[in-house]
Design a protein around this ligand. Structure first.
Ligand SMILES: C[S@@+](CC[C@H](N)C(=O)[O-])C[C@H]1O[C@@H](n2cnc3c(N)ncnc32)[C@H](O)[C@@H]1O
Length: 377
């Protein structure tokens, strides 16, 4: 059976593992992950990738039908969900952003993880690692190194909407960690969290790095913490990386780099929508605009229309009018206060056990443990 012949990988996602090569689709065999202690060297035995959403074609499932695009572009204050940044070119551009001198979050969080991953592994013990928005899984290596150093079995579940980067990073990890087993989920966070199977290791840690939490507004953030709580059993762990409040100057520089990579990343969302929904956005007719909203403690990233224009997204049967200067909000990146975010976690039964920051206090990493519900609510 080929991927093309899988009528609806979303509906069948519980039952099929979709391998990337077209002719390699086979039934999920959960027990394939049964023997954790035995290192396996055959890549195919150690890697399964399950496709819960199919982003390459519009489908009828709520998750990828483009309803969120219609909703965002038809309101008076236009918005688009940040997940549309991340097609293959978008994921590559994000990797370039992470290397930029102005973009401090990646290197700061990596520095914290390098320093404290051993402590995290000591606290959790042998643990299944579930990463939301895994991207290149670069920082994940600090955790894998720490668990490997303690001779713990290595089982990793990367979850990302961007299938290309998920697959290539999983393959690279398998080459570098001979005992690692990976079950990748091409999925939104929400869908994947609903479908997590009970872990076969003593415990589990869901982690969410890169301050991607900052892309969620307050209500979304609260709903997201509830989804984490629902996905974890009592005693399991949640590790969260958050970017902290700092000067407007530093923050605005990070989202307006001199080389224009962030601008390209932002505009790439329009190219992605063109491909995905048969659109005719002209990227020459929009410009990147990012600033720090000090009242809301958030970076706001927009695409500004350079003239009055109408854009058509044929697959969504949608025409959108723009006035000259009108913007689409493509991303917020909230900047956090460590005490406040800890209180919010605790209110959701996610008890902070340890908090680590860098020497400049620019970034924070919080390790929480799931408490019986109701203890802190
Ligand atoms: C800001 S990047 C962070 C990548 C990496 N975790 C890091 O710390 O550098 C966000 C990642 O989340 C993925 N992503 C964005 N929205 C998502 C969603 N709704 N569900 C699942 N993955 C999503 C993107 O494809 C991307 O890889």
């Amino acid at each position: 059976m080929s991927l093309k012949h899988l009528a609806n990988p979303y509906v069948e996602g519980n039952f099929y593992v979709v391998f990337w090569e077209e002719n390699k689709v086979r039934n999920v065999n959960q027990s394939a992950f049964g023997a954790y202690s035995k290192p396996r060297f055959l890549t195919e035995d150690r890697l399964q990738i399950k496709q819960l959403i199919n982003l390459s074609v519009p489908s009828k499932s709520e998750e990828d039908a483009g309803n969120d695009v219609i909703q965002g572009l038809t309101q008076s204050f236009k918005t688009l969900p940040p997940k549309y940044f991340y097609d293959d070119p978008g994921s590559k551009l994000f990797e370039q952003i992470c290397e930029l001198p102005e973009y401090y979050p990646t290197r700061t969080e990596t520095e914290i993880l390098r320093q404290y991953a051993g402590e995290i592994a000591q606290i959790t013990g042998a643990c299944e690692l579930v990463e939301l928005g895994s991207g290149s899984s670069t920082k994940t290596r600090t955790l894998l190194n720490a668990y490997e150093a303690l001779n713990y079995p290595l089982r990793y579940l990367p979850i990302d909407v961007s299938s290309g980067i998920l697959k290539s990073s999983a393959e690279q990890l398998l080459r570098d960690y001979p005992s690692l087993q990976i079950l990748g989920l091409v999925s939104t966070y929400e869908l994947a969290l609903q479908q997590l199977m009970p872990t076969q290791l003593p415990t589990r840690m869901i982690f969410f790095l890169g301050s991607t939490l900052g892309n969620l507004n307050r209500q979304e953030c609260e709903a997201f913490f509830s989804q984490i709580t629902a996905a974890l059993s009592v005693g399991e762990y949640f590790l969260l990386g958050v970017d902290l409040q700092k000067s407007k100057q530093l923050l605005e520089a990070a989202y307006n780099d001199n080389q224009g990579v962030t601008a390209e990343f932002n505009l790439n969302m329009l190219k992605h929508l063109n491909r995905r929904f048969e659109g005719n956005f002209d990227t020459e007719q929009f410009e990147h605009w990012a600033f720090y909203n000090e009242n809301l403690h958030q970076i706001e990233m927009h695409l500004r229309s350079l003239r009055a224009q109408t854009v058509r997204l044929k697959a969504l049967d949608l025409s959108v009018n723009f006035e000259a200067g009108e913007t689409i909000l493509t991303e917020i990146s909230r900047k956090f206060n460590l005490n406040v975010v800890q209180q919010e976690l605790e209110a959701k039964s996610l008890k902070p056990l340890q908090v680590w920051t860098d020497s400049k206090q620019w970034f924070g990493v919080i390790l929480c443990q799931m408490q019986p519900k109701g203890i802190n609510q």
